[in-house]
Write a protein that binds this ligand. Structure first.
Ligand code: C2E
Ligand code: CA
Ligand code: CA
Length: 721
């Protein structure tokens, strides 16, 4: 997914969320306000209902003293008293209590007294009320007729709003009952009808009392649809028309909405702004995420130091390029590059310098290669190049460019380093060989290039494979032999000029079994190249330590590889082995080669000093073959030079060899060093060397390398000093 797409998605998401939130808030608000309104309306409705009931009860309560009264029973039933009725019903219940209409009905429900609007009226005026009051009268009479019901009630009133003409009247029909002992003539008592016309002023008083807004009474045809106003049916006319009280309900929700609108508007704006901010923040975060994802991807496929492809990406590209061969015939080249002596730069200048050199190599490779080539750092100082669409000549040309490009001096922050590299090249033209095989072949060729002397390239040839396979097999076997502690040590005598054995040299021996004895000239370099030399050295030194205990008067020489010497833990290990075997350092001569001194690093120098302090003596092996200079000899605490066999073998007749041997002996003497001539095979050689002043001799003439037990026997044939 690309960034644009993701941004759009995020924006859509946030906008959708914001819109959703606003809609939701709006919806919630609408529902809430509507609910508030409905609740308020219900409340007002209840208020009106309760108010009407309360008003009715008030009216009834006010009437009670006039209808629950012995005197009323007597004056209205036992013997009707018109004057009493005018005074106590007309004036008191009517005018004083505020009833606009008052009628007294006898036991037969016929009017016997009437007063309307403060004036006594002819009884026939009741006709206008009779039909409307029929139900109320009936209800009261029904209670009266039921003794059990009547016993429970002190007062019997029935009220409702009736419609007389167009005037709604709150009418009450009350049963006149004795309060003490009076009794009605017959079974039925007189009834008092009272009515309050529900005029605007009444409604106004009512609505003021109950805080209704715009309350009024309306008479409407039955079934007429709601006008949206709040209303309460308070009565029903005989013709079916409804008497309703109407008012404009308060709408707190709407009010709230109105007062909240500016705030809401602000909130919507804020939400929009918030969403925008959120979008920006999220977009930035997403951008970062995308970046870090890209970074992670890059990191996963590239070498962090150089930015070149790493092994994973390399393998991927190789598989891809290899697959292309099937579709488009041609050649695919793979180059394996290894820096020569990179470890020395790393060891002597430090890792920072090593990193600088690696980066410089990467930079140069980029300028050497084409866009279509894939350059990869396989690890350490190993690089590889995939060269698609090439041929053997093209691969050779690239290899040559690499060898030339990665040569010469490189300026590092800490100093100058000599750069050179070896390149192995493999080219395939068909896809039948696996891509892994291609890389392996380039690696084999690289091996060969290094063996051939570094600073060059080599093409893979099938016969290299056999040699390499042999090597790999030997390497595996050597490892196994070391694990079984199967290496042995032979000792070769060193004698003085008189042929007296003064020392022995410990020489590693490996009986392979299948292949018989394998020469140290083969397995020592093998061990050095595959990282086993320290183990070999340790095994030989431990063995020599134990064996040294047999010969209290023999100096034991032990060969130490340059690699061992530059191993930081070497001296400590030697010390530990001495302690373990109880051998003495001053019984040993350590033979080091000139290449060890050539490194000339502080580490090697310090190791040699420590060994010297411990009591070891030091010999320079194979002297004369390398680059050893007088300066090295002065700088390091050397005790002896071993004149290389190559000079000795051509003695005594080769003048040049004589001159070299003579020069070495006099050099040693001038520096106070001893000399040992190696490879003395003839009496002539021995005599010549004795004459030159050489101090010790070693060779088949004086004794072949032999097992430790044989040394003791051999000594018997020499004159012991
Ligand atoms: P080197 O240190 O120069 O050892 C002397 C080599 O010369 C030995 O070969 C020895 O057998 C051989 N030699 C002695 N006298 C004569 C002679 O009169 N004529 C001839 N032609 N050769 C003679 P070897 O044992 O095959 O060892 C070969 C090399 O292997 C040694 O050369 C030494 O550099 C290395 N080496 C052997 N053992 C060890 C070891 O324990 N550690 C290390 N680092 N290197 C070892
Ligand atoms: Ca030696
Ligand atoms: Ca030697």
């Amino acid at each position: 997914m690309d960034r644009r797409n993701i941004e759009l998605k995020i924006f859509g998401l946030i906008a959708g969320m914001a819109a959703g939130m606003i809609l939701l808030a709006g919806f919630a608000l609408t529902v809430a306000t509507r609910q508030a309104d409905v609740r308020e309306r219900q409340y007002e409705q209840k208020l009106v209902e309760n108010g009407l009931r309360q008003r009715g009860q008030e009216i009834q309560t006010a009437i009670n003293p006039y209808v629950i009264w012995d005197e009323a029973v007597i004056k209205l039933d036992n013997a009707f008293d018109q004057a009493w009725a005018v005074q106590n019903v007309g004036v008191s219940v009517g005018d004083v209590l505020g009833n606009d209409v008052v009628f007294v009905l006898d036991a037969g429900d016929q009017p016997i007294y009437g007063r309307i609007a403060g004036k006594d009226v002819p009884l026939k005026q009741y006709a206008a009320y009779q039909a409307q009051l029929e139900d109320l009268v009936g209800q009261v009479r029904a209670i009266e007729a039921d003794p059990r019901k009547l016993a429970k009630l002190r007062t019997v009133h029935k009220s409702r709003v009736i419609l007389v003409g167009e005037t709604p009247i709150l009418a009450t029909v009350s049963l006149v009952r004795p309060d003490l002992k009076a009794k009605t003539k017959g079974p039925r008592a007189p009834l008092l009808v009272s009515g309050i016309s529900v005029a605007d002023s009444v409604v106004q008083a009512f609505s003021d009392r109950f805080l209704l807004h715009d309350a009024h009474i309306q008479i409407i045809a039955a079934g007429r649809p709601d006008t949206g106003q709040a209303q309460r049916v308070i009565g029903k006319a005989r013709d079916g028309r409804l008497i309703v009280m109407r008012w404009t309900p308060r709408r707190p929700g709407q009010d709230l909405l109105k007062s909240a609108t500016p705030i809401l508007g602000g909130a919507v704006l804020a939400a929009a702004f918030g969403s925008f901010l959120l979008f920006r923040v999220t977009r930035r975060a997403a951008k970062k995420l995308l970046l870090s994802e890209a970074e992670a991807k890059h990191l996963a496929l590239h070498d962090p130091l150089t930015g070149l492809a790493n092994r994973t990406l390399f393998t991927d590209r190789l598989i891809h390029a290899h697959a292309l061969l099937r579709r488009k015939p041609g050649h695919l080249g793979v180059l394996c590059i290894d820096l020569d002596r990179f470890k020395e730069v790393n060891d002597s200048y430090g890792h920072d310098a090593g990193d600088q050199l690696i980066r410089e190599v990467a930079r140069r490779l980029k300028t050497i290669c084409r866009e279509t080539d894939t350059i990869c750092r396989l690890g350490g100082d190993e690089f590889a190049i995939i060269q698609p669409d090439t041929d053997p000549a093209g691969a050779a040309a690239l290899a040559q460019r690499v060898v030339e490009g990665l040569s010469g001096e490189v300026d590092l922050s800490i100093g100058r380093a000599e750069l050179s590299c070896s390149v192995g090249v493999a080219v395939v033209s068909d896809a039948d060989q696996g891509q892994a095989e291609l890389l392996r072949q380039a690696d084999v060729a690289l091996y060969r290039a290094k063996e051939a002397g570094r600073g060059r390239f080599a093409f893979f040839e099938p016969e290299m494979d056999a040699a390499l396979r042999l090597r790999k097999g030997l390497e595996r076997d050597l490892r196994a032999a070391l694990e079984r502690d199967a290496l042995t040590v032979a000792y070769q005598p060193l004698t003085d000029a008189k042929g007296v054995m003064v020392g022995v040299e410990a020489l590693a021996r490996w009986n392979h079994g299948d292949r018989g004895e394998i020469s140290p000239a083969i397995f020592i370099p093998l061990a050095e190249s595959c990282g086993l030399i320290c183990q070999v050295g340790s095994a030989v030194f431990r063995r020599a330590c134990y064996d040294s205990l047999r010969w209290s008067d023999l100096e034991v020489s032990v060969n130490v590889s340059a690699i061992q010497l530059s191993n930081p833990g070497y001296v400590d290990e030697i010390e530990a082995t001495l302690a373990e075997t109880r051998a003495r350092a001053d019984r040993f001569m350590l033979e080091i080669t000139e290449t060890a001194l050539l490194k000339d690093s502080d580490g090697v120098h310090e190791a040699l000093r420590r060994l010297k302090r411990m009591g070891f003596r030091l010999a320079l092996d194979d002297f004369g073959t390398g680059y050893a200079s007088l300066a090295y000899l002065r700088r390091h605490p050397i005790d002896k030079l071993k004149i290389d066999r190559s000079f000795v073998s051509s003695l005594p007749n080769n003048e040049e060899s004589m001159a070299v041997a003579s020069a070495i002996v006099s050099l040693a003497r001038s520096l106070g060093l001893k000399t040992t001539a190696e490879g003395v095979e003839t009496k002539g050689q021995l005599d010549a060397l004795v004459k030159l002043g050489c101090s010790e001799f070693q060779g088949y003439l004086l004794g072949r390398p032999m097992p430790a037990e044989a040394i003791s026997e051999a000594r018997a044939s020499f004159k012991v000093r």
